[in-house]
Every structure is written in structure tokens, then in C-alpha cells.
Design a protein around this ligand. Structure first.
Ligand SMILES: Cc1cc2nc3c(=O)[nH]c(=O)nc-3n(C[C@H](O)[C@H](O)[C@H](O)COP(=O)(O)OP(=O)(O)OC[C@H]3O[C@@H](n4cnc5c(N)ncnc54)[C@H](O)[C@@H]3O)c2cc1C
Length: 416
């Protein structure tokens, strides 16, 4: 019978990062299971690759700070390229409310060590992107270390490095069930570390709520049964379905997001930041010779929809031409546009940590549009929780799935 210390379900950027961080920490008997024939067929391959520290909540700012620092040395540390481009994110405010919001966020960002977020005037903005319609722009913020990565390269880098250290990847293998049994065995006995789930904090209270007696015993797959005591749910938009296999509830729902690339377009600078028009949420950046256009349609409804809706082109081009008049001249081939899924939670924050009612089941899900940029931090936090029961990076209890039952939601408003 196959056995593994840890089985990770899903080989996207998040599952790959968890495998990397576990292997780095010396836990190499890790098996990653992916139902597709190639990695990156889920949301990771559809992402815009944006990375930013300009968030509104402390936990998102902290996760970005760690992750962006990691991306800046990824090639050296992981041994594979991330294609991190520090071109910045430029938020453009058009109301006093936007300005107050950016000001409050910037103060929080600086207090948490992201000290390079600059306050920019309309004149500064016009210098960065002279083609913007400026009549209603009042100012904004710019962080030069925000920017982009290549999500596919990051995912491959994490996984290649993990495999070099002994982790295994099974492609073309569907997880069809998760077996649980009664008992109270120490999850960590399989890993040789402290008991992650019953670890006591300094004041003698448990860092996480007590678990009932159900514990993971293995995973059923299209290639047979794998015996394990630890399962990581890294199944992206499909995470709720995977959680249900173990009898656990996870509030993660799929929401379609669509991106539209233009044909080669030279009327915007060769290099400029990700620009966010706060009046509509329209944002854009350079992608090769063309421009990548993004806008989150408020009329979009939840569901596993991955087809591109051609009527979206007209909607997004209206916003594009309104803010950047020269974009009215850009050519768009709808066949090159695409759609993918955000994995949404009710408070737009990730869920990271142990399941409260199935011992040995860990969640690293629900990134609500930020899974690429937060992949280094989330992999590190998950590995820490499995191996030592806590993480020095952040207080992970705030990302526990328990927050929804306890009413301790963390509302992030800077969602793009
Ligand atoms: C259009 C778009 C733009 C985005 N832009 C950004 C951005 O700019 N910046 C950013 O940070 N994030 C962005 N995101 C979000 C980001 O792409 C996701 O948060 C991230 O890719 C999630 O990674 P993941 O590994 O959790 O999920 P995925 O990449 O979806 O991987 C999950 C994997 O699990 C596998 N799986 C599921 N169920 C099973 C099963 N039963 N058995 C075996 N395998 C299974 C799937 O096949 C899949 O490969 C964007 C997303 C979209 C759709």
C-alpha cells in the first residue's frame, strides 16, 4: 500500500508552495495529487500574476510583505525563475473617500513595515502614464515593489525544488474520497514533530480549538488508496467539494473572472505600473507587446463557469476607453481572452489551518483573488502549522475556518 506523511490535494501554485516549504523543513515524504495531466490547469494558469502589498487588513499586508520579499530572491533561493517584475501598482483615487481610504491603508502598510508606499499627486500620476484621462483624478498611492510574477514559473519552481528534495507528484490522478476513522492518535507521530493540533501556547491554552476524535486515515484516488495521517486541501475553487469528502464544511465558492489582452499596442509606455482606476475598478498592465485589461463585473454570479463571455469585451473596453482614451484604438481578438475562477470566501481572506472537526486535515484555500501573490506566505504558514502547530510569520488562528462560526470576519475591501 502507498503511504505518505502528507498528501497534498492540488498541484497549483498553493499546493506546490506547501510541498516546497514542507520539503525545505525536512518533511520530504510528501505526495502531491493532481487530477489534470499537467500542472496549472486550475486558477493558477489563468491568473494575471499581480503581486502587491497595498492591502487594507494587517494580515493581508503581512502575507504580501513576506511573499514579495520571497519573490525578490526566488530565483536564487528556489533555483528556478519567478520572473518577478517590480513595476509597481498605482492606485488612482477619484473621490475624497478614495483618498481617505488610501491614506488609512498607507498608514497601516507603513506601520507593518511596508515603508515604500508613496503618496502621489495628479502630476506624478500623469508623468507615470501620460495617456490617462486626468480630469477627475485627485491623487493616489504607488508602491514600487508591487508588480508581477509569472504564476506558471513560480508554481513549477516550487514543485521542481520540492521534487529535488524527495516530494512526489502524481498527475492524472483524481482524489475521489478521504477516509477518516475514530481515534485520537497524535497526528505528528507520523511526522516526528510536536503535535500540531493539540499544541499548547505559553499561557497553557490551545492555539486552535480542540478536535473531536475523527482523524484522517487515507485518501482514495483513481490510482488506489494512499495511507496518510495528514491531508492538505489545496484544491483551489474545488476546495469545498474536497472538504466534504472528509465530512468538513468549507465556505469557498467559485466566481468567474475574465481577462482581455489587446493585440500589440505601442501607444502606452513600454514599462508602466499596474494602474487601478478606483472609480470603476478597471485595471490594466503591459503584457508583452500588448496590454492586459481586467475588470471585475459586479453582475457576475457564483458558479463553475470557465467559458469566456464575448459580451464582456464591450463592457471592459468602455471602461478602458473612458480612463485611457487611446485604448479605444486597441485591437482585441475575443478568442485570445480567457476566464478563470476566483475561490471566494465570505470575508475575502484565505482560510489557512487545521479543520476543527477532522484531525489531520488542513485547509489552504479561499484566496479570493490573491492566491498567486500570497503563495509563498501560505505555503510557509501551512508547513509551520503541520510541523510545529504555530507559525511565527503571522497569528494563523485569525485565518482559521472557525472565524465564520465565531463571527470574527476580516473584511478586505482592496479586492481587485
Ligand atoms: C482571471 C484571474 C486573474 C487572477 N489574477 C490574480 C493576480 O493578479 N494575483 C493573484 O495573486 N491572484 C490572482 N488570481 C487568483 C489566483 O490565480 C488563485 O488564487 C490561485 O491560482 C489559487 O491557486 P491554487 O493552487 O489554490 O488553485 P489552482 O491553481 O486552481 O489549483 C488547484 C488544483 O487542484 C486540482 N484539484 C481539484 N480537485 C481535485 C481532486 N479532487 N483531485 C485532484 N486534484 C484536484 C485542480 O485540478 C487544480 O490544478 C487570479 C485568478 C483569475 C481566475
Amino acid at each position: 500500500m502507498e503511504t505518505a506523511d502528507v498528501v497534498i490535494i492540488g498541484s497549483g501554485i498553493v499546493g506546490s508552495s506547501v510541498a516546497y516549504h514542507l520539503a525545505q523543513a525536512g518533511c520530504a515524504n510528501v505526495l502531491v495529487i493532481e487530477r489534470e495531466a499537467h500542472q496549472g490547469k486550475g486558477s493558477t494558469g489563468k491568473s494575471m500574476g499581480g503581486v502587491r502589498a497595498q492591502f487594507s487588513t494587517p494580515v493581508n499586508i503581512q502575507m504580501s510583505k513576506y511573499s514579495i520579499d520571497f519573490f525578490s530572491k526566488f530565483d536564487e533561493v528556489v533555483g528556478h525563475p519567478a520572473d518577478y517584475r517590480a513595476h509597481g501598482y498605482l492606485f488612482c483615487a477619484t473621490t475624497e473617500t478614495h483618498l481617505a481610504y488610501l491614506k488609512a491603508n498607507r498608514e497601516r502598510q507603513i506601520a507593518l513595515g511596508v515603508t515604500n508606499v508613496e503618496w502621489v499627486s495628479p502630476e506624478d500620476i500623469a508623468k507615470m502614464v501620460p495617456q490617462l484621462r486626468m480630469d477627475d483624478i485627485l491623487g493616489g498611492t504607488f508602491c514600487p515593489t508591487d508588480g508581477f510574477v509569472d504564476p506558471h514559473s513560480v508554481m513549477m519552481g516550487f514543485m521542481l525544488n520540492a521534487r529535488e528534495r524527495g516530494a512526489r507528484l502524481w498527475l492524472d490522478t483524481q482524489v475521489t474520497g478521504i477516509e477518516v476513522d475514530a481515534g485520537s492518535a497524535d497526528v505528528s507521530s507520523a511526522l516526528g514533530g510536536p503535535n500540531a493540533v493539540s499544541k499548547q501556547s505559553a499561557d497553557g491554552t490551545s492555539a486552535f480549538p480542540a478536535l473531536d476524535a475523527r482523524r484522517i486515515s487515507g485518501v482514495q484516488t483513481s490510482r488506489g488508496f494512499i495511507s496518510t495521517r495528514v491531508v492538505v486541501n489545496a484544491a483551489g475553487a474545488w476546495a469545498a467539494e474536497v472538504a466534504r469528502m472528509a465530512g468538513a464544511e468549507l465556505p469557498v465558492e467559485p466566481l468567474r473572472r475574465q481577462l482581455v489582452p489587446t493585440e500589440p499596442f505601442d501607444q502606452l509606455p513600454k514599462r508602466f505600473p499596474m494602474v487601478i482606476d478606483m472609480s470603476t475598478g478597471f485595471h490594466f498592465r503591459r503584457e508583452g507587446k500588448g496590454i492586459l485589461l481586467a475588470w471585475n463585473d459586479p453582475e457576475e454570479t457564483l458558479g463553475f463557469k470557465t467559458d469566456f463571455d464575448s459580451s464582456f469585451v464591450e463592457k471592459i473596453l468602455t471602461h478602458a476607453a473612458s480612463r485611457v482614451p487611446v485604448l479605444a484604438e486597441a485591437e482585441v481578438n475575443p478568442r485570445r481572452a480567457w476566464a478563470g475562477l476566483y475561490e471566494m470566501t465570505p470575508d475575502h481572506h484565505a482560510i489557512i489551518g487545521p479543520s476543527p472537526n477532522v484531525q489531520g486535515l488542513y485547509f489552504v484555500n479561499g484566496f479570493s483573488g490573491h492566491g498567486v501573490m500570497h503563495s509563498p506566505a501560505s505555503g510557509r504558514i501551512t508547513a509551520d502549522l503541520i510541523l510545529q502547530g504555530h507559525s511565527d510569520l503571522i497569528d494563523a488562528t485569525q485565518l482559521s475556518v472557525e472565524r465564520f462560526r465565531e463571527g470574527k470576519l476580516l473584511e478586505e475591501t482592496a479586492v481587485l
